[in-house]
Design a protein around this ligand. Structure first.
Ligand SMILES: Nc1ncnc2c1ncn2[C@@H]1O[C@H](COP(=O)(O)OP(=O)(O)OP(=O)(O)O)[C@@H](O)[C@H]1O
Length: 273
């Protein structure tokens, strides 16, 4: 398939992306794509390259190797992990909605309604709970009418019930708008029910697939320890290689290659360089 066809199909596609900074590879061999109506979640421990991969997908960061293909004229709505605004200053929700782009009251009402905080339109951002703040930021991103919605850890500062509600909401937004969604999460447990594809990162793609398959994979269990221990069955996929400190990959037969492209979609395929 040509790059052009891929770009038309996927909203964004990372192909063997590597980012090298300050003498080390932050990520290497990262391949994934997000299609319309697909919810893709990147999980992995702190420093595993989730934000780096997302920034590369957004075009904020240039890859050192590999390529990123975005659909032409792709409209992106981004909900950052931290919103650099001094919440001690008065900022009604309605004003936040117009901060980067002028919006009609009708569109603002619709976005706030979609995220379930219409009643907070005149409230000050400072007075909002963690979950309400995330919903306000989500509404702001939705006003961009995105083809691709990118959310960096949307459930930070939100309790367990709030987490479930937020992921339900994210799924509703996908169903109603048809946008593709790229999420960053630390953890799988709540994400599981609502995500189509999970990409488990640890400087490289450890494993990928449906949430169930990832939760049952050895790599996920190794990365997430006790939290992953409840997994029932064993998801069979090859872990026949070791990642060396310099970013290269040693395979079970002792050969060393630049990186592994070790997708679950091709679990038994060996790399040939
Ligand atoms: N510009 C940079 N130069 C050098 N190192 C960097 C740079 N940006 C990120 N890093 C390092 O790259 C690694 C991956 O960082 P990244 O923010 O992508 O991880 P993450 O999975 O999103 O982590 P977290 O869960 O803590 O947010 C970290 O070790 C980080 O310190």
């Amino acid at each position: 398939m040509s790059d052009q066809n891929l770009a038309q199909e996927a909203l964004v596609r990372l192909d063997k992306v590597g980012v090298y900074r300050d003498g080390k590879w932050l990520v290497r061999g990262v391949t994934f794509d997000v299609h319309p109506k697909e919810i893709v979640t990147l999980i992995g421990p702190n420093g595993s390259g989730k934000s780096t991969s997302v920034k590369t997908a957004l075009g904020v960061l240039q890859p050192t190797e590999g390529q990123v293909i975005r659909r032409p004229d792709l409209q992106i709505g981004y909900v950052p992990q931290k919103f650099n605004l001094d919440w001690t200053l008065p900022m009604p929700v309605s004003r936040l909605m117009k901060l980067t782009k002028k919006q009609t009251e009708h569109d603002i009402d619709h976005a706030l309604d979609l995220v379930g905080i219409s009643h907070l339109k005149k409230s000050d951002m400072q007075s909002l709970s963690g979950g309400e703040t995330q919903r306000a930021l989500l509404a702001r991103a939705l006003l961009m009418q995105p083809d691709l919605l990118v959310l960096d850890e949307p459930v930070q500062g939100v309790d367990f019930a709030g987490e479930i509600a937020l992921y339900d909401l994210i799924k509703t937004i996908r169903d109603e708008t048809g946008c593709g969604i790229l999420l960053i999460s630390h953890d799988l447990h709540v994400v599981m029910a609502q995500t189509d594809t999970v990409i488990c990162l640890n400087g490289h793609v450890c494993c990928r697939g449906t949430p169930k398959l990832v939760a049952e994979s050895d790599e996920y269990k190794r990365l997430f320890g006790a939290r992953a221990a409840q997994s029932l069955a064993v998801y069979q996929h090859d872990h026949d290689h070791t990642h060396l400190p310099d970013g290269r990959v040693m395979h079970a037969d002792g050969t060393i290659h630049d990186h592994c492209d070790h997708g679950q979609d091709r679990p038994h395929e060996k790399e040939h360089h």
